[in-house]
Design a protein around this ligand. Structure first.
Ligand SMILES: Cc1cc2nc3c(=O)[nH]c(=O)nc-3n(C[C@H](O)[C@H](O)[C@H](O)COP(=O)(O)O)c2cc1C
Length: 441
């Protein structure tokens, strides 16, 4: 069965109190940890010699608001000033392309010599907004959008393997050429050179993005690349990511190395998927990869799942799908539980690695209680918030001051931000920030 092709079991958040939420979990046969005391969220954490003031993170969220050259634009500055002032111990900056051809849209950030000054200012303004008390760790996500590249606004796919469902998105034939090994060699160099620029811009660390069906993630399942150093067996499939990490480590020993890793791509034959049942994760290969990444010097793994273009609900459980996207084939709470389970599995297998957990926005005002319980139990080191950060960028400061999150201030998982991004528009919260972000009529 293709995940997402089954009948919709789309549920909605409808819980006035936590007991109703926990009762729903029980009827679904899943366990959602919960605690009233939020202290675990405000324990400092040391990662590779850096101290995070708390366990809350802004997840990487593309805003599609860069200038034509790829430098941060006015809305990019606004977003990161708000995140900076928001009190999180970690701000994971959105996907920035390492090459023009790898941009997901003409307004995606692109880091190169020409845009470096803009990135420097972005880092400075974020740090200034944060002030010395929070002093967040700043990580930049580096990417090539692969089959989802649209640098000029129309699809210009670069693919590493064939998959009938993914190829159908852009009508690619089964003989559409795969990116050559020589191009991948050059691209690896680009990642390393861009990591150097990220260090010069003032970031503390870089993430080589390996998730959501983009190029680096696609290589992890590239079994059918005849005579390629980057396909076939496991060592070859993992080569690009692992060797690039190693090369960044040796070129930039001062940078913290991180990886946003899709642990479960939720399609038959894809990475991290049980061969007997594509709706179930299989941790065997992801764990082997994480072992290699840790050996290469990676100290932080950020968990995610699914391919937004086909199975968004695996990675961002929602009440409503984005315009044109599939409804969920499961209750959103099941998606939340799967993401929590994936993070806990990595923590259990690699107790020495710091792990950012994902999938909390759907829990709305109860997310802090669930995140605190998960962290207290060792199921992740940090709780990352994506859509809720768009809706309520100062959620960490509010919680740190002993406040609670009011239902009226936070994300309602309406997928308005995803709809904006899918349409190539600047992305943000259409519900809580409507003066800036509006869905097209
Ligand atoms: C509009 C939008 C843009 C996103 N951009 C990125 C991105 O640049 N890099 C990334 O790894 N994930 C990206 N994501 C996924 C989020 O980081 C996050 O994993 C997802 O929203 C689930 O977390 P949440 O439930 O807290 O929203 C994006 C999600 C949305 C909705």
């Amino acid at each position: 069965m293709i995940a997402g092709a089954a009948g919709s079991r789309q549920g909605r958040f409808a819980f006035g109190d936590s007991s109703a939420l926990l009762a729903k979990a029980k009827t679904l046969g899943i366990e959602i940890p919960f605690r009233n005391n939020l202290d675990p969220l405000f324990q400092p954490l040391s990662i590779a010699g850096r101290i995070l003031a708390n366990r809350l993170a802004v997840q990487p969220m593309e805003g599609a608001d860069a200038g034509p050259e790829g430098a941060p634009g006015p809305l990019t500055f606004r977003r990161y000033r708000r995140f900076g002032a928001g009190g999180c111990g970690l701000i994971w900056f959105e996907a920035a392309a390492v090459t023009p051809a790898g941009r997901s849209n003409p307004a995606q950030l692109l880091l190169n010599e020409a845009t470096l000054d803009g990135f420097k200012r972005l880092v400075e303004e974020t740090r200034t907004a944060a002030g010395p008390r929070a002093s967040p760790l700043l990580i930049l996500q580096l990417t090539h959008s692969g089959r989802f590249a649209k640098p000029e606004g129309k699809p210009a796919p670069v693919i590493a393997r064939h998959d009938p469902r993914l190829d159908a998105i852009h009508g690619l034939s089964s003989d559409h050429p795969l990116i050559a090994d020589s191009e991948l060699d050059r691209l690896g160099d680009r990642f390393v050179a861009t990591a150097e620029l990220a260090r010069r811009a003032g970031f503390d660390g870089v993430d080589i993005k390996a998730c959501h069906g983009y190029l680096v993630a696609e290589l992890l399942a590239a079994r059918g690349r005849p005579e390629s150093r980057y396909g076939g067996g496991l060592e070859n499939r993992f080569r690009f990511l692992v060797e690039t990490m190693r090369a960044v480590r040796s070129a930039e020993p001062g940078l913290l190395l991180a990886c946003r890793l899709g642990l479960f791509d939720a399609l038959p034959g894809a990475f991290g998927v049980d061969p007997a049942d594509s709706t179930r994760p299989d941790p065997a290969e992801p764990e082997e990869l994480i072992r290699l990444l840790a050996d290469a010097g990676t100290s932080l793994i950020n968990i995610t799942a699914g391919i937004p273009a086909l199975t968004a609900y695996f990675g961002r459980p929602f009440d409503r799908p984005a315009a044109g996207a599939a409804a969920a084939a499961e209750h959103p709470l099941e998606g939340v539980a799967r993401l929590l389970g994936l993070a806990a599995g990595v923590r259990e297998a690699f107790p020495g690695l710091a792990v950012v957990g994902t999938g909390y926005s759907w829990l709305r005002q109860f997310f802090p209680n669930v995140a605190a319980a998960v962290i207290a139990a060792g199921g992740s080191s940090i709780a990352g918030l994506g859509r809720l950060s768009f809706a309520c960028p100062d959620f960490a400061a509010r919680l740190g001051d002993g406040g609670r999150l009011a239902a009226r201030d936070i994300c309602v998982t309406c997928s308005g931000c995803s709809t904006l991004l899918r349409g190539g528009n600047p992305a943000g919260c259409v519900v809580r920030d409507p003066a800036v972000y509006r869905l097209p009529d």
